[in-house]
Structure formats: structure tokens, C-alpha cells
Write a protein that binds this ligand. Structure first.
Ligand SMILES: [Zn+2]
Ligand SMILES: [Zn+2]
Length: 424
């Protein structure tokens, strides 16, 4: 009896184990393929950054910055933060490496872990994964539409049905102040009933009251002025062009004037993608335009737009839909006896050199237990090598998928077997 685990993972984080990891790999591989069709190239910023890049970009008064960041002093006393999202790092890299000197637009994608100190609850983790994209240097509403299209193409390629896009425009620095004022006027008589968070939001960023998930606040914001009624001519025209471009692509969408997104850096287009497999308010991906951020990071004025996909949610959806599809070995070699074990050890290497996934028996396991393992692994072919096979130089193979059997020259196996998998 083992005494049981002496250590466990930290609260709110998880191990992603096989076969579930296959779903994650499927998403990552599909994302890389689809994004590259649109000219997005991978960028890998570090996971740790100087804290101020997040407070500056995400906003000092956002929940993320106020409550959820993993921030700590390093040994030299610098304030370091484990990235809570990807955009700030990509913008920092874009400016730091003067990528704005390259022909615009510059398009990037990233994937990896993000960290937020949230109350652990179902489906929410303190280390969670995102795949995101950022496009710099195009103010064209066609870029907004293209990026939304790219996202729906990816989700459809992954087999997600009923993908729906919610779009909004939250205006620019010219038209938002009037809307902000209208919202404050609207909520001023309801201030006492708002949740404590929204009372603060009322002062700093009343738009975010529209994002609040507290029942009472949802009730109180009924009849609130709509941001789309306050857009300036430029914002209005931009928004209309985005909508007509996604209509041209037959992408189903609804406009949602309450969708303001929780980060300070957004302007104009914001969007979320939901799936009919999910309840309301549960987006698989979300994004928006952030035309001022590059400038705030010290770069030239550069329009930009991006989105991020929540991997945990997407993987859970795919698991529900198809279950994890575990990969399985091409060949299992079951040796009987010491000499055969050496032969099987060498044969496995030769077949692997031909590109096959080969498993072989270890620790002198009995034939019975080896065949059980081959079966559990769903191996495609099984070879049994014993004294008879060693002396005759011929070996019997069995196809566990269709039950067919045959015999082959042992020396010819490295040429013979790969032909079974020629389609790869
Ligand atoms: Zn505007
Ligand atoms: Zn609230």
C-alpha cells in the first residue's frame, strides 16, 4: 500500500492529462492552420512582465488589476506579474521591437497560460489557457470583419455548431464621454441599489456596470441608454461597415449594446462568440479594437484589433461533443523470452525510424498481459516474437482493427509495415 500522495497541485490549477490533451492539441493545431491562412504568425512573449504594463493597459480599476493579478516582487525588488491576458505583452513586444516599421498590417497569434487569482469555481482556473490574435496597423472595418470571420472558421472547423457572434461598438474618445455622462445620469437615481463593485464603477467607468453579473444590477440597468445611440459619425460608419461585411460573409450575428467588455483599452468594435452548446453569457472567445494602446506604450498611432479564445471552455465543449480521441500505437511487439526481447527492442527502433509508433513489452511480461496491454492501447497491429519466429525468421502479425492476419519475413518488416500506413 502506498501512503497516498504527499503533494497536490495548488488550489485552482489543474493538470491536463492524456487523453484530454489530444483535444487541446487538436485546437492548437487547427488554430495554427486557420490563422496562417489569414497571414497570422506566431509570437511567444514571456509569461512574466513588469506589472505596470498590465495596470496601464487593462486599467487600474478593472477587476483583473484590482483583485486578480499574480503580482510579486522579484529578488531585486521589481514588481513582476504573471500575465493575466495576452494583448498587453504582444503590444509591448510590437513597440519594443519597432515592428511598426514593417509593412502594415502586422498579424500575430499566441497561445499559452494566463494567470488570475480568482475564486476557484467550476470551469474557472487560476492558470488558464488562451489562444489569441492581434492585428496591428489596419483601421479598416474589413479587418474587424476578417478577424471575426477567421474565428468562426476555426470554430466551425473544430465542429462547433450554432456559432453566433455578438457585436457592439463602444465608440471612441470623442463620443464616449457623452455616453458615459448619460449612463451616470441614468444610474444616479439608482446608485444605492447597485452592488458595491458597480458603485465604484459608477465613478471610474460606468460602462462596466453593463457588464455586471449581479442579478440586482442586471435588473437596474433595464432601459439604460444604449451606446450605439451615442456613436459619432466615424464610429457609426465604422460599425455599419463591419456589420455589412460580416453580413456579406453570411456570418450570423446579433448586435448587443450591453457588451462593453471588461478592459479599459477597447474602442469601437467589441465582439464575443458564443455557441448554442453554451448557456447565455458564456462566450468561447471575445475581442475588440484597441486603437490607442500602441501609442500609450510609446509607439506611433497604430490601430489594432484582436481576440482571445478560452481554451478550457473550448476543450470542454469538444469533449462533450466527441470525447477525447486518443491516438493509438501502430504496432505492438510482444516478445516471449530474453532473446526475443532483444530482437523486439531492435525491431521497434527500426520501425520507429520508418515513422511508426511502436510499443513493445517490458519487464518480461507474460504474453497474456502483453496482449491485454496491446488491446488497451488499441494498437493497430500486434506482432508476437518467440523462439520459433527467431529460428524461422518469419513473424505472424495480426490486425486488431479488422481481425486479419498474415506472416512476414522478419528482416523485411521495416519495408513491409509502413505500406499499411501509406495514407499518412
Ligand atoms: Zn466615436
Ligand atoms: Zn453590479
Amino acid at each position: 500500500m502506498s501512503p497516498g500522495p504527499r503533494y497536490s497541485a495548488l488550489k485552482g490549477v489543474q493538470d491536463i492529462l492524456p487523453p484530454d490533451i489530444c483535444l487541446w492539441q487538436e485546437v492548437e493545431s487547427a488554430a495554427g492552420k486557420v490563422f496562417s491562412l489569414y497571414g497570422f504568425q506566431e509570437i511567444r512573449p514571456p509569461i512574466i512582465e513588469s506589472t505596470d504594463i498590465f495596470t496601464r493597459s487593462i486599467g487600474e480599476t478593472t477587476d483583473i488589476v484590482e483583485k486578480e493579478m499574480y503580482t510579486f516582487p522579484d529578488k531585486a525588488g521589481r514588481s513582476i506579474t504573471l500575465r493575466p491576458e495576452g494583448t498587453a505583452s504582444v503590444v509591448r513586444a510590437y513597440v519594443e521591437h519597432h515592428l511598426y516599421n514593417l509593412p502594415a498590417p502586422q498579424k500575430f497569434f499566441y497561445s499559452g497560460p494566463m494567470f488570475r487569482y480568482e475564486r476557484p469555481q467550476k470551469g474557472r482556473f487560476r492558470q488558464f489557457y488562451q489562444i489569441g490574435v492581434e492585428a496591428f496597423g489596419a483601421a479598416d472595418p474589413l479587418m474587424d470583419a476578417e478577424i471575426i470571420a477567421m474565428l468562426t472558421v476555426l470554430l466551425e472547423r473544430l465542429g462547433l455548431k450554432g456559432v453566433n457572434v455578438e457585436v457592439n461598438s463602444i465608440g471612441c474618445e470623442n463620443c464616449r464621454p457623452a455616453y458615459r455622462k448619460a449612463l451616470q445620469d441614468f444610474f444616479s437615481g439608482r446608485l444605492d441599489d447597485l452592488c458595491p463593485d458597480c458603485k465604484r464603477r459608477y465613478e471610474y467607468n460606468p460602462l462596466r456596470i453593463l457588464d455586471c453579473k449581479v442579478e440586482r444590477c442586471i435588473e437596474l440597468r433595464r432601459g439604460a441608454p444604449k451606446v450605439t445611440d451615442f456613436l459619432c459619425d466615424e464610429c457609426r460608419s465604422h460599425f455599419d461597415k463591419v456589420l455589412s461585411a460580416i453580413t456579406l460573409l453570411n456570418i450570423p450575428y446579433v448586435t448587443n449594446p450591453n457588451m462593453v467588455r471588461g478592459l479599459d483599452y477597447y474602442a469601437r468594435t467589441t465582439f464575443e462568440v458564443t455557441s448554442e452548446h453554451l448557456g447565455s453569457q458564456k462566450a468561447v472567445a471575445a475581442g475588440g479594437r484597441y486603437d490607442r494602446l500602441v501609442e500609450e506604450f510609446g509607439g506611433p498611432p497604430t490601430p489594432a484589433i484582436g481576440f482571445a479564445i478560452g481554451m478550457e471552455r473550448l476543450a470542454a465543449l469538444l469533449k462533450e461533443k466527441e470525447g477525447p480521441v486518443a491516438a493509438s500505437p501502430d504496432v505492438y511487439i510482444a516478445p516471449i523470452g530474453e532473446k526475443a526481447t532483444t530482437e523486439s527492442f531492435l525491431m521497434a527502433e527500426r520501425l520507429r525510424a520508418k515513422g511508426l509508433w511502436v510499443e513493445a513489452g517490458y519487464d518480461g511480461a507474460s504474453l497474456r498481459s502483453q496482449l491485454r496491454r496491446a488491446d488497451r492501447l488499441s494498437a493497430h497491429y500486434v506482432l508476437i516474437i518467440g523462439d520459433d519466429e527467431l529460428s524461422s525468421g518469419k513473424v505472424k502479425w495480426k490486425n486488431l482493427k479488422d481481425g486479419s492476419q498474415g506472416e512476414a519475413e522478419m528482416s523485411g518488416l521495416p519495408e513491409f509495415f509502413p505500406s499499411f500506413f501509406a495514407e499518412r
